[in-house]
Design a protein. Structure first.
Length: 225
């Protein structure tokens, strides 16, 4: 955060302007959402908030968006049968990851991270789950931990496209590391020539290269939910 002197405020204003431009670009090209570890790029969208039926008490209003409390209630309801199964199989990585997915989709990211972390203790090589956990950390505002977990995911699957896609976005939006983001996306395209979102990645590379003068390591705000 900026201090009270004029120079710092002027610098922060410039960064904010750049951040706003990036946010607008990402909202247009990526819908403001990163891609789940095992998800098709074409399916990347606000899953639960957009498609789930309105819970009781919302009045059935058209286009009504669930509140955080309602989303949590929905996740609790969906996860309840799996949580019951955990009582007899507490270290089942598939069960734990599935529960984490319910809370991730409900934007209950700390709870999702808890279940993903437990799943990864049982199955640390699951790159898709680790990618989802990293993305949840990003939405919690922790870019550094997100990047560390993305990189760890890549030690198991070095060319995993969704991990590279998300890692590039977090480096760009979270750290203003343009060169690092472009390198990740170029690796994605080189190792996945038939990637479904190839055109989107190429557009992001071109746009990012226009901002190579922004100092790496400058923090930015997480993408809007």
């Amino acid at each position: 955060m900026p201090d009270n002197n004029t120079s710092s405020n002027t610098t922060w204003t410039g960064v904010q302007a750049y951040t706003l431009a990036v946010v607008c670009l990402l909202l247009g090209m990526a819908g403001g959402w990163l891609i789940r570890g095992s998800q098709s790029p074409a399916a990347a969208a606000p899953a639960m908030a957009a498609s789930a039926p309105a819970p009781a008490g919302m009045g059935g209003a058209a286009n009504a968006q669930p509140t955080p409390e309602q989303l949590k209630q929905m996740a609790d309801t969906q996860a309840a049968p799996l949580i019951e199964k955990l009582k007899s199989d507490p270290n089942n990585p598939e069960l734990l990851a599935s529960i984490g997915n319910f809370y991730y989709d409900a934007q209950q990211y700390p709870t999702a991270v808890d279940y993903y972390g437990r799943a990864l203790k049982a199955k640390p090589s699951d790159a898709a789950v680790r990618t989802d956990m990293a993305t949840a950390y990003w939405y919690m505002g922790n870019a550094d931990t997100a990047i560390a977990e993305f990189n760890k995911s890549l030690t198991y699957e070095p060319n995993k496209p969704n991990t590279l896609f998300n890692l590039g976005l977090v480096k760009w939006q979270g750290k203003m590391d343009i060169n690092g983001a472009v390198a990740d996306w170029q690796k994605l395209l080189a190792t996945n020539p038939n990637y479904e979102a190839k055109d989107k990645v190429e557009q992001m590379i071109a746009e990012a290269k226009k901002h190579t003068g922004v100092k790496p390591g400058t923090p930015a705000k997480p993408l809007p939910q």
